[in-house]
Design a protein around this ligand. Structure first.
Ligand code: AMP
Length: 116
C-alpha cells in the first residue's frame, strides 16, 4: 500500500478541514485554494493515479463526482456552477499520488488546459 499526505489525513494523523465523509470517500478543504471554494474528494480505496483505476472500479471515480455535486447542491452553488478536475501524473500537474477530485467554485473560473 502506498502512503501519502491524504492517507495521513484519512487516519487523522494530520489535521484537515473535513467537510464530508462516508463509507467510500472523504472530502476536505484544499490547503492552497485556487478558488473561493476548493474542496478535495478522496476515495478510501488506494489508487496512485487515474491510470491505476480498473474499469470494474469505475464507480469509485463516479462516487467522487456525485459526492461533489451533492456538496454543491447542499452548499447552494450548484446552479451558479462549479468545476471538477482530476490531475494525472506530471503533465497533468498531479502532486499527491492518491487519486482525488478537485471541486472549484464560488466565482467565474478562467478557461483551462493552457500549456505552461
Ligand atoms: P494535485 O496537484 O492534483 O495532486 O492536488 C493536490 C492538492 O492537495 C493541491 O491542490 C494541494 O494544495 C493540496 N494539499 C496538499 N497538502 C494538503 C493538506 N495537508 N491539506 C489540504 N490540501 C492539501
Amino acid at each position: 500500500m502506498h502512503d501519502t499526505i491524504f492517507h495521513k489525513i484519512q487516519r487523522g494523523e494530520i489535521p484537515a478541514q473535513l467537510v464530508y465523509e462516508d463509507a467510500h470517500l472523504f472530502a476536505f478543504r484544499d490547503i492552497a485554494p485556487q478558488a473561493p471554494v476548493h474542496v478535495l474528494f478522496v476515495p478510501k480505496r488506494d489508487y496512485a493515479t487515474l491510470n491505476d483505476v480498473p474499469e470494474e472500479d469505475a464507480v469509485v471515480v463516479g462516487r467522487l463526482a456525485t459526492a461533489a455535486a451533492r456538496y454543491a447542491k447542499a452548499q447552494g452553488f450548484a446552479e451558479d456552477g462549479y468545476r471538477i478536475v482530476m490531475n494525472c501524473n506530471g503533465d497533468g500537474g498531479q502532486t499527491v499520488f492518491q487519486i482525488h477530485l478537485h471541486l472549484l467554485a464560488g466565482a467565474p473560473l478562467g478557461r483551462f488546459g493552457t500549456p505552461g
